[in-house]
Design a protein around this ligand. Structure first.
Ligand code: CUA
Length: 316
């Protein structure tokens, strides 16, 4: 951080070097053709200037098939390389590696709230261990924000009403700038902070240094009872679907379809239970829209995930 003027951001994540390689390839190809075309424009402008001898028509056919083939083939090949390289890079940028540690992110005007798997929370500052993939499950409480860490080449829009995922693996301990990259109102430019990358042992020590609080799953379990979810979703003769192992499973709906019970599905089922009618159960669950904070929903989801063997590669 604050290293004075730099032409390029530091390469501080596993993706950074790979993103830069493609960037320099694009930059190289564009520069080469810009110079080539500008040079040819200049050359022909002089060669075929008014009154030059080159303008005299001698009746010969100067069409050459190979020139046309090369001018189609070479750009086509270079662009196919861009496409395939870019697609591969995109997939590695969006596919979260197995075993990633999950951090919950809530964006709001104008701050970033982070929560670690242990339950420790922080605002506008994110501590992470180096050499460990970190999955960010993000949502906004109000408008669209975008979490941007230039040194990691990591940027993802954060939307209200649904979860989005992003990930990075920091490579070197240090401090890195964190920005909001989507104009979101008066204090948009101040909505940022820093990512503090520590060695795994320093990170462990940091985690233990905080005031010990509930883990998200514990807070979720408390909320589950508080909101009386247990009345219908627990016990032998419950009126609602059982929730053990529901996360990550496929839920059959009325009408024969089925949906994957991921974070967005569970969120919708809490807020708008009628949106997807689970087969075999009456539509009697009330809507919890406006009654639970985003943090509360995240806690409930953490609790539901803890009831499921399939935890999507998270750390306990
Ligand atoms: Cu949040 Cu810009």
């Amino acid at each position: 951080m604050d290293r004075g003027f730099r032409l390029f951001p530091e390469q501080a994540s596993t993706m950074a070097g790979r993103v830069d390689d493609l960037y320099f390839y694009l930059l190289g190809v564009s520069t080469f053709f810009t110079l080539l075309i500008a040079g040819l424009i200049l050359y022909f402008a002089i060669k075929y200037r008014h009154g030059s001898r080159a303008n005299r028509v001698d009746g010969k056919d100067r069409y050459k098939r190979w020139i046309e083939a090369v001018s189609i083939g070479v750009p086509l090949a270079l662009e196919l390389v861009m496409f395939i390289w870019g697609a591969k890079l995109y997939f590695s940028a969006v596919e979260v590696p197995a075993g990633a540690m999950e951090i919950h992110v809530v964006g709001k005007q104008w701050m970033w709230k982070f929560q670690h798997p242990s339950g420790r929370r922080e605002i506008n500052e994110l501590h992470v261990p180096a050499g460990q993939p970190v999955r960010l499950t993000m949502i906004s409480e109000d408008v669209i924000h975008s979490l941007f860490v230039p040194d990691f080449r990591c940027k993802q829009d954060v939307l209200p009403g649904r979860y989005v995922q992003s990930w990075f693996e920091a490579t070197q301990p240090g401090e890195y700038h964190l920005f909001c990259a989507e104009y979101c109102g008066t204090d948009h430019s101040r909505m940022g902070g820093r990512v503090v990358v520590q060695t795994p042992s320093q990170y462990q020590a940091w985690l233990e240094g905080g005031t010990p609080g509930e883990s998200p799953a514990q807070a979720g379990e408390r909320l589950f009872t508080q909101l009386r979810c247990d009345g219908c979703h627990q016990g032998e003769r419950s009126r609602g679907p059982k929730l053990a192992n529901v996360y990550g499973s496929r839920v059959p709906l009325e009408g024969g379809e089925n949906v994957l019970a991921d974070e967005n599905y569970l969120r919708e089922s809490i807020l708008r239970p009628a949106a997807k009618h689970v087969a075999g159960y009456p539509l009697i669950m009330p809507s919890f829209e406006g009654q639970i904070s985003e943090q509360g929903i995240i806690d409930l989801l953490a609790y539901l995930k803890s009831l499921s063997a399939q935890q999507g590669g998270e750390q306990p």
